[in-house]
Design a protein around this ligand. Sequence first.
Ligand SMILES: Nc1ncnc2c1ncn2[C@@H]1O[C@H](COP(=O)(O)OP(=O)(O)O)[C@@H](O)[C@H]1O
Ligand SMILES: [Mg+2]
Length: 292
Amino acid sequence: MNTHTLDIKALWKWEEDELDDLSNILKQDHENIIPSKLIVNNMNKNTNNNLIGEYRYINHGGCSCIFINDSNQTPIILKLIYSEEIYNREVEFQHKAGEFSPNILYNTRLEKLENEYILLDEEMLEYWKGNHNVNYKIKGLCVLGNSPINIIIMEYLNVSIWKSLLYMEIHAHELNNEIKKTLINMVHSLVYDKNIYNIFDFVGYTGEHIFYNKNVNKFKIIDYGGFKTVKNNQDKDILVKQMLENIYDKYEILKLIKSKKKLKSGDILLKSNNMYLGLKNSTVKAKFKNSI
Ligand SMILES: Nc1ncnc2c1ncn2[C@@H]1O[C@H](COP(=O)(O)OP(=O)(O)O)[C@@H](O)[C@H]1O
Ligand SMILES: [Mg+2]
């Protein structure tokens, strides 16, 4: 629940060195443009000041755009999601994932993203050889045809600290036992403790989803659009195995092999460079790349 209200607008503002970007925008259909900046203000004072400021576009996934506010000491991420259905699922499951997910700082659905535009001055307009129509066009810009949009503001997994699985694959020699155990443990815990799973895009296909921070020895997952609740009649062991196999399908850092060992569910055993994970009805051996 949001305890405060934020005023979020599309910020149509260009610096002199960004006029080429504006040129491209003016060539597009004005109804379907993603703004390069968003501006977030407080509606009522004395609320979380970290959230306010300018957010700039940095990335996009399959069904969203990602913006960052790095004007404060702790940078934060704003995810703009087109579909209400996906947004609802993401908020629900990102909360359910608890310590495995970036903290949600604020989330809201807006009937439309209002505009805040800064019109160009005479000097800037000369870039278009005196085309005064440009300011008129800027006034007409809107996001997604003014249809409703959804926003999640969350903790930023700083790329200099949080390393993706792609990075881990390239640096497979750095995969020590602690990291391997943490990864396997997280997958087990998502299914068995948090009661959620993702066998759709757990590893991410339009961008990375799983990140590791060696300073705190933790993995965190982003993008909860593909998560579901484990149902009573579902076999948790199969879900854990499928999620671990999803990792292998993309990164080949760990391979699952059947094992005759018998461990308690959730127990992890390291033996001659192999890792064994106890599930409810079986035990699996996870062979990692640097030991294959
Ligand atoms: N909280 C975050 N911290 C750091 N990077 C993020 C964060 N959220 C998204 N990203 C970056 O943006 C990309 C797309 O985000 P994602 O949530 O996967 O979008 P989509 O749901 O559209 O696939 C990610 O692969 C990642 O690189
Ligand atoms: Mg994604």
